[in-house]
Design a binder for this molecule. Structure first.
Ligand SMILES: Nc1ncnc2c1ncn2[C@@H]1O[C@H](COP(=O)(O)OP(=O)(O)O)[C@@H](O)[C@H]1O
Ligand SMILES: Cc1ncc(COP(=O)(O)O)c(N)n1
Length: 275
């Protein structure tokens, strides 16, 4: 039997199923990777926004992590919502000596505008977690926070990706273009060269969880032994399809979904699930 690729996500939850741990596990499964999870915060949220957050005690996050680690070793790890400084300190300690590829989705604020990371923790992602990462996947506001200058055009995104790798110590950085105008262009810098991953901008409000799903594909592909460049290319293809065929579910920004195309009566024609 072939070896089984395994991946671990450490993040917050989304009971409505479109973002966070739930999106990560669904995506791992779609990519044929065995998914495991450590929950940091339980979030009462849906497609309309975040209602409340309950941070789990750090000692219990550690217990979850140890339970996975001593039993099934993941071949790649990603972190998403890490709300507090204490949680970051724990993860830094746990991941410091790990040789497993580590993907950081530096989740700070949800699409709905709700804060998912305490103000004081943001600098810790930059100073403590980034140097441990194989790849970090900031959106534009997150990248602006990390580098401290505005990002409006592709050359700003290039400069930011370069700074995140050469000055802040990430293995590679993908600055995602979801928040800019024009084509959805993501810029990857891996310490040697730039790569550009482009798609048309899809006109939809259903983008809940795009960042989680994108970084989960990268993690799944790294777990299979693919390079960072190949993993990001596959993630870009996957998220573009998942946005194109997103599900018209919920009253707000609906979830993306990669198998949405299977619901089409006629290829290319969008069908509402409420028809
Ligand atoms: N409207 C869109 N059309 C096509 N691709 C998009 C769109 N919005 C986001 N993306 C892509 O989805 C991925 C996640 O990006 P983004 O939405 O910026 O992340 P986040 O969820 O962290 O804010 C990126 O690959 C980005 O280019
Ligand atoms: C637990 C959790 N983690 C991350 C996000 C960000 O998702 P989005 O892509 O909608 O900004 C979220 N809404 N909830």
């Amino acid at each position: 039997m072939k070896s089984i690729p395994t991946a671990l996500t450490i993040a917050g939850t989304d009971p409505s199923g479109g973002a966070g741990i739930q999106a990560d596990l669904k995506t791992f499964q779609e990519r044929e990777v065995y998914g495991m999870s450590v929950i940091t915060s339980v979030v009462a949220q849906n497609t309309l926004g975040v209602k409340d957050v309950e941070n789990l005690p750090v000692h219990f996050i550690e217990k979850q992590f140890d339970a996975v680690w001593e039993d099934i070793h993941p071949q790649a790890i990603k972190t998403g919502m890490i709300a507090t400084v204490e949680m970051m300190e724990l993860l830094a300690r746990k991941l410091e000596h790990s040789s497993v590829p580590y993907v950081i989705d530096p989740v700070m604020v949800a699409k709905s505008g709700d804060t998912l990371m305490e103000e004081s923790s943001r600098a810790m992602v930059r100073d403590v977690l980034l140097p441990l990462s194989a790849v970090v996947t900031p959106n534009v506001p997150e990248a602006e926070f990390l580098v401290g200058f505005p990002i409006r055009h592709t050359n700003d995104a290039e400069k930011a990706a370069n700074t995140i790798v050469t000055e802040l110590g990430a293995g590679a950085a993908v600055v995602k273009g979801g928040h800019l105008d024009g084509e959805a262009l993501d810029v990857l810098y891996d310490g040697n060269s730039f790569d550009y991953f482009k798609s048309k901008r899809i006109d939809t409000k259903h983008t809940h969880g795009t960042g989680c799903t994108f970084s989960a594909v990268i993690t799944a592909e790294l777990a299979k032994g693919k390079s960072v460049k190949e993993s990001v290319a596959l993630a870009k293809q996957y998220i573009t399809d998942a946005i194109e065929y997103s599900l018209e579910l919920g009253k707000g920004n609906g979830p993306t979904n990669h198998w949405g195309y299977r619901l089409l009566d006629v290829p290319g024609q969008r069908r509402s699930l409420h028809d």
